[in-house]
Design a binder for this molecule. Sequence first.
Ligand code: HPA
Length: 269
Amino acid sequence: MLEKVKETTAYIRSKVTVEPEVGIILGTGLGGLTKDIKNQEVLDYGDIPNFPVSTVEGHHGRLIFGDLGGKKVVAMQGRFHFYEGYDMKEVTFPVRVMKYLGVKNLFVSNASGGVNPDFEIGDLMIINDHINLLPNPLIGPNDKEFGPRFPDMSQPYDYKLIALAQDIAKKNGINTQIGCYVGTTGPTFETPKEYQYFRIIGGDTVGMSTVPEVIVARQMGLPVFAISIITDLGVPGKIVEITHEEVQKVGKEAERKMTLIMEEMLQNL
Ligand code: HPA
C-alpha cells in the first residue's frame, strides 16, 4: 500500500501546485465549505490513480486544493464509506495520501444521530472521543513508515484544536455540544434499542464514518479536529422515521456555523 500512496501523491504533485498544510474531509451535505476555498485547483476522484470513486447521493467526489482562512488546504468533497462496499484500506486511503502531501492537521465533519437526551436536531457536536464499531482499518500487515503497529489512542481528538474551536464558537455566539461519536457500519439507521445501546456504552452520537479516518490519521501522528452535525435523534420519545434526504437537509442548515468555526480555526492555526 505504501507504494500506491506514494504513486498517488506523486501524481497529485504533478497536477497541483498547492502544497496543503491542512486536510479537510467533508461529510454528507457539508461540501459547501469548499465554495469559500480561493484559488482552487480541483481533481476528480475518478482521475486520481488508486483512488476509489464515491457513489452516494450528496457526495461529489473531488479533491479541492486552495486557500482557506489564510492556509493552504486540501478538501475532500465526498468521502468513502465502508457500507458502500469499499474495504477499510480504501476508505482510509485518502488520509494517507493527505499525510504524504504534507498536511499537518486533519479537520473532519460528518452528520450523525444524537443519542444524548440533551441534544437537539441541528446541534453541532465537537467530537472528543469515539467508540469504533467498524473493522479496524489497521488490521493486516503494517508498514512501519506509516506508524506504529499498536498506535496510542489516548488523545484521538486534539485538545488544543478542541479548545480553539470552543473559543471561536463562543465568540461568535454559536452553541456547541461536545462528546463521543460511535462509528458503525450502517447502512441501516438504528433501531430504538440500538440507539439505547449506544447511549449506554458511552456514546453521544452515532454515525457511519469518521472513525476509520481518525484511526489512520492518529497512527501517522496527524492531530485531528472533528465536528458532527446532529441530523436526527435516537432518544426515546424523540425517535422519528428518517431518510437520507432529511439528513442532508438538516446538514445544510447547520453547515454555515460549522464552516465559520473551521475557517476561523484555520486563521488561528
Ligand atoms: N445513525 C447513523 N448514522 C447517521 C444517523 C443516525 O441516526 N444520522 C446521520 N447519520
